[in-house]
Design a protein around this ligand. Structure first.
Ligand code: GLU
Length: 305
């Protein structure tokens, strides 16, 4: 029997319009995925109910379709039609079940800390320069032994035992992370009742059988904690990881959804076609030398080994 084909995913959060950074991610996901014979799952990551909007989801599906990226699971038509296993806001029961399982194995506790109660990670040593990204906040464990139950206005955390997590990134090589030092006990649900990114993405990648995660290198620091949390949820074999470069603005900053100039909507309105958009994104991320038009079909050729 031949081994099952790998499963990767494209997992945008509908907190804004699709932009060139997403397109670059899609190029890597579909390109590497197709080159390795993987299937691609589309998952709408709208766990943050305050920031996500149905109109952004609709626009995102439309832009993805226009660009020619076709998922094998989580079809655009089915997502448009209504509730779906491939939309996080429709998966509350899956997260509740996972929380119960986690609680049976690990210490999960209520937490009433606000951002102000959290301490920043150790400062840089002299001479190390300013970090480009805001320094990550490590949860100091203030509520760990307070015996708070879950309840309105309270978040939920899980104790992360001190552990070094080793993994090999397909592009960046061997990595070691210690999540208990980086971020401390992980937030599972926030004080407003939203499932957090770390929890939802870990549960979904595990439960949906995703075994090849291809995403931007800005998410590299999250990988160790997602591997550790997945193991705590009972995942036996960790996924494989590939963290790709990001499109940078000329200033060196990464793109965000606030960069309206790179929203696919705006480019479309300027009369730019899908192959040109793909070319811009592929060039922005260093896959091709100049921004020539590119068809989705040729992307997999770039990643053949
Ligand atoms: N939903 C995340 C985002 O839009 C990506 C999640 C992931 O690739 O792990 O940034």
């Amino acid at each position: 029997m031949s081994p099952p084909s790998p499963l990767t995913r494209f997992a945008p959060a509908p907190t804004g319009y699709l932009h060139l950074g997403h397109v670059a991610n899609a190029i890597f996901v579909w390109g590497i995925g197709r080159a390795r014979g993987a299937k691609v799952l589309l998952r709408i990551e709208d766990h943050d109910r305050g920031r996500c909007r149905p109109e952004y989801e609709a626009a995102l599906l439309e832009d993805l379709d226009w660009l020619g990226f076709t998922p094998d699971l989580g079809s655009i038509a089915r997502l448009r039609a209504g509730p779906s296993d491939f939309r996080q806001s429709d998966r509350g029961e899956v997260y509740l079940a996972a929380l119960e399982e986690l609680g049976a194995r690990q210490q999960v506790y209520g937490c009433d800390c606000s951002r102000r109660d959290l301490t920043p990670s150790p400062p840089l040593r002299p001479g190390e320069g300013e970090p480009e990204e805001p320094v990550e906040t490590r949860y100091p464990g203030r509520c760990r032994n307070r015996g708070l139950e879950a309840g309105p206005g309270r978040g939920l955390r899980v104790v992360l035992p001190p552990r070094e997590v080793h993994f090999t990134d397909g592009r960046l090589g061997d990595q070691v992370q210690c999540p208990s030092e980086q971020c401390g006990d992980l937030l599972i649900r926030d004080r407003l009742g939203n499932w957090t990114y770390q929890f939802a993405v870990t549960v979904d990648d595990f439960r949906q059988g995703v075994d090849l995660v291809i995403r931007g290198e800005d998410l590299l620091p999250s990988t160790g904690r997602q591997i550790q949390l997945a193991a705590m949820l009972g995942r036996v074999e960790a996924a494989q990881w590939f963290h790709h470069p990001l499109i940078l603005k000329p200033s060196g900053e990464k793109l965000s959804k606030a960069n309206r100039d790179t929203a696919i909507r705006e480019l479309r309105e300027q009369g730019i076609g899908p192959t040109e958009v793909l070319g811009l994104a592929a060039h922005g991320v260093g896959l091709i030398d100049d921004a020539r038009p590119v068809g989705v079909a040729e992307i997999a050729d770039w990643f053949q080994v």
